[in-house]
Design a protein around this ligand. Sequence first.
Ligand code: FES
Length: 170
Amino acid sequence: MSECSTSCPAAEDPTLQRVRRIAESYRGKEGSLIQALHAVQSAYGYLPLEVQKIVSETLDIPLPTVSGVVTFYSFFSTEPHGKHNIRICLGTACYVRGGVRVVDRLEEILGCKVGHTTADGMFTFEIARCIGACGLAPAISIDDKVYANVNPDEIPQILASYYKAEEANA
Ligand code: FES
């Protein structure tokens, strides 16, 4: 009787099979690890360890090397992204006008740290270096919308509007 463990490609779910096919398209191409990881992240959404292992096996690159690249670059994520992406600007203008207080308040309200996703999957929040609203600092963006002159006390109201919209669409 033949056995198929979870490491057998035939036992993988279709999304992981797709990840393997994408990674295979970079096999033998020297210096293509970052490109391969970008392509895989676009397809899978993020780069958890099991996905990193597939990339490592397929490209024949040691797993610590793959993991090192994933953790070094901020554009790679090992966690799924939330429905909405909050970017808090800590560029010079926002920093001097209270950006850190905005970060602290968001961490407190969302119950997670910068670079992570809330337990309910609603928000991922990250630091940005400038979102083009320096004259209206401190600024944050949520998806494509920019919020200027953000007062930390207004944040609960801003976030509540996303929960309300979610309920309305349910
Ligand atoms: S520094 Fe924050 S928007 Fe430019």
